[in-house]
Design a protein around this ligand. Structure first.
Ligand SMILES: Cc1ncc(COP(=O)(O)O)c(C=O)c1O
Length: 394
């Protein structure tokens, strides 16, 4: 029998998910129907925002968000240098001028200090927008970024694709997506994320203008005036939008999954705890950033370890290959944006990117997903510990 391969992330689909999708398949609406509205309502109630607008994926959510704030040719936007490429691609497609900020070498997240350094060193006169990203799912520094946004009078978008289910404050039960500290938050329902709809995305906001724009932009820029309801064949195209609609089939799956989100997050937390315990005495792991933070709750999207390769006889590339050969699908989140050929001009940014380079050298994402069993987590940790120790400098 073929050995089980442990990818770094994976969906958990149960019978009730399948039932929900099949029920919708047999209904009158496969798209633009009641499940879309139900999913959006449930989502905004869950995160605690005023509005939520579904769309095809996390990338289109970012595209819509950037268009909603009217990010245009030549506008300055600041992004973390460790990031999934979607935000940079969308900003570049709109002709915006991208400035990359350095990140913390252990979390891979841009800090408020990194953001201010980026503005100062690049002498950015007018910042149109900052887009943060909670790498791994831990929403650090949201309140501090909000203070900077107010001072700079710019927009703050949270690419919260890793952080569905996370809380800025456990005591006050303030969830990521509530937009307490941002103008817009964006989410992805790709299978490796907190919940899945196959492919899918959502943006949340407390601003009616952004919500209104988003609903039109994801549907070709079409506006249906309420007073024309009797005459409902009529519509007006008010701007050049896209077809970014999420179908009822996908929303049915999203609804079914959202009901289980708290359980999913708790399971991920349990897995992190097991890893933390088993890696505690491994001197080759610099420091786990996966520990509990006092009043912040992570979505535990990734379990990242930072390895001290100075103490190792093996390169990171070789280690990844070795672990893959042992059926452990580790990943790197992410290659710094300035190393990508499409963004090589951003290396000219005045920031040195010491943190991003160090994070990229040391960080490895281990398998974490809700259906991983305790015994499997222990087995993975054992293989990682023994592989690291075997390849340590004497
Ligand atoms: C941080 C981040 N932003 C954006 C995206 C894009 O989401 P999607 O794949 O749904 O387009 C992802 C997905 O991998 C992500 O991790």
């Amino acid at each position: 029998m073929q050995k089980k391969y442990f990818n770094y992330g994976k969906q958990k689909i149960s019978k009730d998910d399948v039932k929900a999708v099949v029920k919708t398949l047999n209904s009158n609406f496969l798209t633009s129907g009641p499940k879309v509205k139900e999913f959006e309502k449930m989502f905004k109630n869950f995160v605690g925002s005023k509005y939520s607008v579904s769309c095809t994926n996390g990338t289109s959510a970012l595209h819509i968000a950037f268009k909603a704030i009217n990010l245009c040719n030549g506008d300055n936007i600041i992004l973390p240098s460790i990031n999934f490429i979607a935000a940079a691609n969308m900003a570049k497609n709109l002709g915006a001028k991208i400035f990359l900020a350095d990140v913390d070498p252990l979390t891979g997240q841009m800090t408020p200090e990194n953001l201010l350094e980026c503005i100062k060193k690049n002498n950015v006169k007018k910042v149109k927008a900052v887009c943060t990203m909670y790498n791994g799912g831990l929403p650090l520094n949201a309140d501090k970024f909000f203070k900077i946004k107010k001072k700079l009078k710019c927009y703050l978008i949270e690419d919260a694709c890793h952080a569905l289910g996370a809380k800025y404050s456990l005591k006050k039960n303030v969830k990521v997506g509530s937009c307490k500290f941002s103008d817009i938050s964006t989410f992805s329902f790709h299978p490796v994320k907190s919940i899945t709809s196959g492919e899918g995305g959502m943006l949340t906001t407390n601003n009616y203008r952004f919500k209104n724009f988003a609903e039109k932009f994801r549907n070709h820029g079409i506006e249906k005036k309420i007073e024309k309801k009797k005459n409902n064949w009529s519509y007006e195209v008010v701007h050049s939008g896209f077809n970014y609609r999420l179908s009822d089939l996908q929303c049915a799956l999203g609804i079914s999954q959202l009901k289980k989100l708290n359980n999913f997050v708790n399971r991920r937390k349990q897995i992190s705890k097991i890893y933390n315990k088993l890696f505690k005495n491994n001197h080759l792991i610099i420091k786990s950033t996966n520990k509990n933070h006092q009043d912040i709750q992570s979505a535990w999207h990734l379990y990242i370890i930072n390895i001290n390769f100075k103490k190792m006889n093996i390169s990171k590339e070789k280690l990844i290959q070795t672990l893959h050969s042992k059926n452990i699908g580790v990943q790197v989140h992410y290659i710094p944006t300035f190393f990508q050929p499409n963004f090589k001009d951003l290396k000219k940014n005045k920031v040195k990117f010491k943190g991003a380079k160090s994070f990229f050298k040391s960080a490895l994402s281990l398998p974490i997903y809700q259906s991983l069993k305790d015994q499997e987590v222990k087995k993975i940790a054992k293989i990682i510990n023994s592989t690291l120790i075997r390849n340590a400098k004497k």
